[in-house]
Design a protein around this ligand. Structure first.
Ligand code: IMP
Ligand code: MG
Length: 180
C-alpha cells in the first residue's frame, strides 16, 4: 500500500517495513556490543513503541529485563503547563542500565520529562533509543544514543504511530501529504 487515508488526511509511504527492519537490526547489533556486560532493563513507552520494542528485543542476545510504561499527560493546576507522569514502573531500577525505547522524538520535551523521572529511581545509567527523530525541531541537550531514522518535521503514522488512534498496526511508516 503506497497511500493510506485516515479520516480527513492522506498519507504516503515514507519508510518500508524492510528498511525499518534493517535499521533495527543495526541498532540491536550496537546494543548487543555496548550493553552485554551491564544489568539492563529495557523500558518501552506505550503505546507508540510497542512494535519497535518487539522487533528490537527479539534481536537482543544478552539477558535483560523488559517492561513498559505509559506517559499520562495532564494539565498542571498551577502553571497551566502539561505535566507528563510515568505510570507503571514496578521494577527496581536502582543500579541498572535503563534503556528507554521510544517510537519518535519530536521537540524532545516528552523524553526530557521521562528521563527526569527515571533519574529519581537512581539507575546506574540511562540510554535512549528512538526509532525516529525529527532532528530539525529537536530542542534538547539530551544525547539520543540510538536513532533509527532522522526524518523531516512532518506528521507520520504507522509502525506504532497513530493519527486519531488509527494507523498503529501498519507495517510501513507513512508521512502526511500536503493539503494545498
Ligand atoms: P515531543 O515531546 O515534542 O518530543 O513529542 C513526542 C511525542 O509526540 C511522541 O511520543 C508522540 O506521541 C508524539 N508525536 C510527535 N510527532 C509525531 C508524529 O509525527 N506522529 C505521531 N505522533 C507524534
Ligand atoms: Mg510516544
Amino acid at each position: 500500500m503506497s497511500e493510506i487515508v485516515i479520516a480527513d488526511k492522506k498519507f504516503s509511504l515514507l519508510l518500508t517495513s524492510e528498511k525499518i527492519q534493517q535499521q533495527i537490526e543495526l541498532i540491536a547489533e550496537l546494543m548487543n556490543d555496548d550493553l552485554k556486560n551491564h544489568e539492563v532493563i529495557f523500558i518501552g513507552i506505550l503505546n507508540g513503541a510497542f512494535m519497535f520494542a518487539a522487533d528490537l528485543l527479539k534481536r537482543i542476545q544478552f539477558n535483560a529485563q523488559v517492561s513498559f510504561v505509559k506517559v499520562s499527560s495532564y494539565q498542571g493546576l498551577e502553571s497551566g503547563a502539561k505535566i507528563k507522569r510515568l505510570i507503571g514502573i514496578d521494577e527496581e531500577l536502582k543500579g541498572k542500565t535503563v534503556v528507554i525505547l521510544e517510537d519518535i522524538i519530536d521537540t524532545g520535551r516528552t523524553i526530557e520529562d521521562i528521563i527526569q523521572q527515571i533519574k529519581g529511581y537512581r539507575p546506574e545509567q540511562i540510554r535512549i533509543a528512538s526509532l525516529l527523530l525529527k532532528h530539525e525541531i529537536f530542542r534538547s541537550s539530551l544525547t539520543i544514543d540510538y536513532v533509527g531514522f532522522k526524518i523531516p518535521n512532518r506528521f507520520v503514522i504507522g509502525y506504532g504511530l497513530d493519527y486519531l488512534g488509527y494507523g498503529r498496526n501498519l507495517r510501513n511508516i507513512y508521512v502526511i501529504e500536503d493539503t494545498d
